[in-house]
Design a protein around this ligand. Structure first.
Ligand code: GLP
Length: 242
């Protein structure tokens, strides 16, 4: 695991965008898994700026979302699909056939999880999994638990995770779905490269546990320690407990 501490969130975004741009330049038909949340927003802005300057050609890249709320269709404003479209994919001009996302409103969530896992396999797996980290150590929506699911699956969200996502629902906690579908930890860790980003002092304690603590299912992000080609990009504040 390579740990890179940058002076600011902006510098983290720039470095992450540079790594992604280099990877796409090397192999234009990459499959990239993307997180939602506040942390990747500066990265997405950076990618949009770089694209506008024609530094990166995304026309052959496939984009996968890591997770999705159950019950929300693609057009629901709080869906992760809509989030990625709004903050990255539409500004980049990504075509529909390049976008692979989980259908939160599928009638059968278990079947949808299996379909998504197959879609990832059909595409040859994920090349780069870009990850954020939840304050409880989750990656995607893989919540701390005694047992983690290896592949894409239906799950119940932790109360803290629902609270952390309430901002997407106008701070109305009751509107935050109780279930989600997420890529599993094996799906994520099977990616050829993993890029975990964390910024801000609030993430410092969990970053410390994930990176310097034992590998444990109680901190799903700690499993990233096992990946042979993982990069952890932190700003000074998130790295302050290391
Ligand atoms: C959500 C997502 C995660 C993300 C996490 C952290 O729960 N499912 O993929 O990493 O939020 O979000 P933030 O970056 O806003 O702290």
């Amino acid at each position: 695991m390579h740990i890179d501490v940058q002076p600011s969130p902006r510098a983290v975004a720039r470095e992450a965008a540079r790594l992604i741009a280099d990877a796409v330049a090397d192999r234009p038909s990459l499959a990239i898994a993307l997180p939602t949340g506040q942390t990747p927003l500066p990265l997405y802005r950076e990618l949009i700026v770089s694209y506008a300057q024609s530094k990166i050609d995304f026309s052959q890249v496939s984009f996968f979302n890591l997770d999705e709320f159950v019950g929300l269709g693609h057009t629901h404003a709080a869906s992760y699909h809509a989030f990625l479209k709004h903050h990255l994919l539409d500004p980049l001009g990504i075509r529909a056939n390049q976008i692979f996302t989980i259908r939160g409103d599928a009638r059968d969530s278990v079947a949808e999880a299996a379909r998504y896992e197959q879609a990832i396999a059909k595409r040859g797996g994920i090349d780069i999994a870009v990850l954020g980290i939840g304050a409880n150590g989750h990656i995607g929506f893989n919540e701390p638990a005694r047992h983690l699911h290896p592949r894409t699956h239906l799950l119940t969200l932790a109360p803290a995770t629902r609270r952390a996502n309430a901002w997407l629902f106008g701070d109305r906690l009751r509107d935050v779905p109780r279930q989600a579908i997420s890529m599993g930890v094996a799906t994520i860790l099977s990616a050829r490269g993993v890029l975990l980003i964390a910024t801000g002092a609030a993430k410092a304690p969990i970053v410390h546990r994930a990176i310097q603590g034992p590998v444990t299912t109680s901190v799903p992000a700690s499993l990233v320690q096992l990946h042979p080609d993982a990069i952890v990009l932190l700003d000074k504040a998130a790295a302050s407990r290391l």
